[in-house]
Write a protein that binds this ligand. Structure first.
Ligand code: S6P
Ligand code: ZN
Length: 201
């Protein structure tokens, strides 16, 4: 039988932590290949390999029908114009869906259907519940000025497949233009960065 301490946890929606559990930290060096503005990545890394986000996962049980969950906390900030974000992944068991619950801050979730390549962006904020269908790559982005915290609940046997995203990244990027968060095609953003480098702007 599952241990009582696994059945009940206290979490802090402001810090994005779970009592008694150690978060996994993701720093810039862990996802520097994901951000499109390579000059900005280099400059940021020279200053500090800063914390982008942390995740604390709870795995109370295993086996058919069991659930796992985690709390995430993405720090505010940008690399160049691109907002801080998670690596993003597919579930190894492609059919496994997930539910996200926004706790604090202002965020977006980028969903990319692996089968069709189509993208959708959903707001992630307090009092919002998001459903991530199976076979859908998902990435969380902090577009606000304070830490973004959220809970994710998923089948225990979902597994995390980071390989596909590490190789090709998401087709869309969330960047700041004139103080607003906008969703753009990553290929367009990369072309714009190249033009800026060429013209020295
Ligand atoms: C797990 C769930 C989240 C993420 C967290 C960090 O299925 O989707 O708990 O693990 O948002 O993102 P990533 O892409 O680094 O795992
Ligand atoms: Zn997931």
């Amino acid at each position: 039988m599952t241990d009582l301490s696994e059945l009940f946890k206290l979490f802090d929606p402001t810090l994005g932590t779970i009592d008694g559990l150690e978060p996994i930290e993701r720093r810039l060096v862990d996802l520097h290949t994901m951000f499109s503005d390579k000059q900005a990545v280099t400059a940021a890394l020279q200053a500090e390999n800063h914390l982008i986000y942390s995740v604390t996962a709870v795995q109370p049980d295993e086996g058919d029908g069991a659930l796992h969950y985690g709390i995430g906390c993405i720090m505010p900030g940008r690399i160049g114009d691109e907002y801080h974000m998670t690596k993003g992944h597919l579930h190894s068991r492609r059919a496994a869906a997930e539910v996200y619950i926004g706790l604090q801050g202002e965020g977006l979730m980028l969903l990319e259907d692996e089968r069709t390549g189509s993208s959708r962006t959903l707001p992630l904020q307090p009092h919002s519940v998001l459903y991530v269908p199976g076979a859908t790559a998902h990435r969380t982005i902090n577009i606000g000025a304070s830490p973004l915290t959220y809970l994710g609940i998923y089948p225990a046997d979902a597994g995390h497949d980071y390989g596909a995203i590490a190789e090709r990244n998401f087709r869309q990027a969330v960047i700041c233009r004139n103080g607003e968060a906008v969703v753009v095609e990553r290929s367009d953003y990369l072309r714009q960065l190249e033009r800026n480098t060429a013209t020295g702007s």
